[in-house]
Ligand binder design. Sequence first.
Ligand code: BES
Ligand code: MN
Ligand code: ZN
Length: 488
Amino acid sequence: MFTILSKEDSVRGALIVGLHEEESINIQDERLKQNVDTYIKRGDVSSTYKQVATLYFAEEGLPEKVYVVGLGARASMTQDRFRKAAGHAFQKVQKDGLEEIAVSLESVRGDMSREEAAELLGESIVTSTYSLPTFKTNKLERPALTKLYVQTDQGGDDLLSFLNKGEAYGRGVNKARDLVHLPANILTSTRMAEYATEMAKEFGMEIDILDKKDMEDLGMGALLAVNQGSAEPPKMIVMKYQGLENWTDVTAFVGKGITYDTGGYSIKTKTGMPGMKGDMGGAAAVLGAMETVGRLQPKKNVIAVIPSTDNMISGDAFKPDDVITSMSGQTIEVLNTDAEGRLALADGVTYAKREGAERIINVATLTGGVVTALGSWMTGAMTNNEAFYKQVQQLGETKGEPIWLLPYNEDYKAQVRKSDIADLNNSPTRKAHAIMGGAFVGAFVGDTPWVHLDIAGTSVAESAHELGPKGPTGVMAKTLSGFLIENS
Ligand code: BES
Ligand code: MN
Ligand code: ZN
């Protein structure tokens, strides 16, 4: 999908150039530079961040079409602003019906290294031009922007590996989006397990799919309780990627894989239920991250654990007041069957520890409370280890997936332990319920360094944006994979 052009290769089709505030345009081709400068002087081209002007040239030797993207002040550029400006431009190019585009790297990169800018271009062309698959019978086949020429002054060939690295991050994001988008009658736990198996095969990862019998043998009473009312069998998807000599220093990604959440007997309302096909957004982020890890092969060990089932009602379903026993041995009084994600995660976390996890990141569309608290702009987090959290938070920041830490102290810990009949209860009160969800999972983590990420507000976008359409965002796929890739 990528080709490097040297400054001698002239672009005859369409070209993107960048313009920083109060600067002239940084391109080698003198004739093109003069032409564009004329437009700049006339005020037809703006350096305002994310403004795009389209210029046409009929002269021999010039590109037919030049997109001039405003980049704002050079000093205020960040990775995320760069992604969004690039994504915005790529979307415009795709909308114009083009299937390939060239970019003048020197004009867009500002103070960034060529490598960093190339990586961000590779990522953003993949994520920004993504469109959701549909089941429409009369599909409109729109042209897709799938080819990028990168024109640069020097350092040509090794730039390709950075473009590919960016692409690998982007593919992970899009994989997560695909999965969240699929309806629950199609993406059942069984189908998700098959999908993970295909991926493991492609990248040579180890995979183990635990079925209901395995769960019974292991005593996974929490996950099994959620599945109890369903006609669909549960699956625990376990993938291992080993990038180190030995199976040590293992990071676990645990993703909530509820393929549909009706709420169970604590049933959701008719307006609260639609969209709950996306309740496996945590699982999707984990699988998306594994796609990127598979492509980039970091020298790290990771285990992905995805407890998966739907949350349904029937004569067999679990009920409020039931007492269940988790894999850890801790008993749980069920007060609300709609607080099912934490039950599934409890057994997921316990299993990850049994498999040698030395640190755990869990990702889940866990609570409406986090949506109330942070909206769709930041992912809510909890941790038992500030240093580990800081690493994850910083990764999120550079990857454009901002994270905000919620409090977690003895008072909160005590709430999930309030029960007259069991060790824990799964839903103390509506008060601080985003924190209660995390605190419940924390009760199964113990001292293992742990970060909990609640993506209920960030996993689906309410409207189209620079880096994707309305709908699934694929959030946290990059932060998870980046945690391994950027630290190896
Ligand atoms: N899957 C939901 C959380 C959710 C809400 C995700 C909105 C995406 C958008 C979760 O299982 C749930 O139902 N949480 C309850 C917890 C409550 C019963 C303590 C909630 O948030 O209301
Ligand atoms: Mn629920
Ligand atoms: Zn749920």
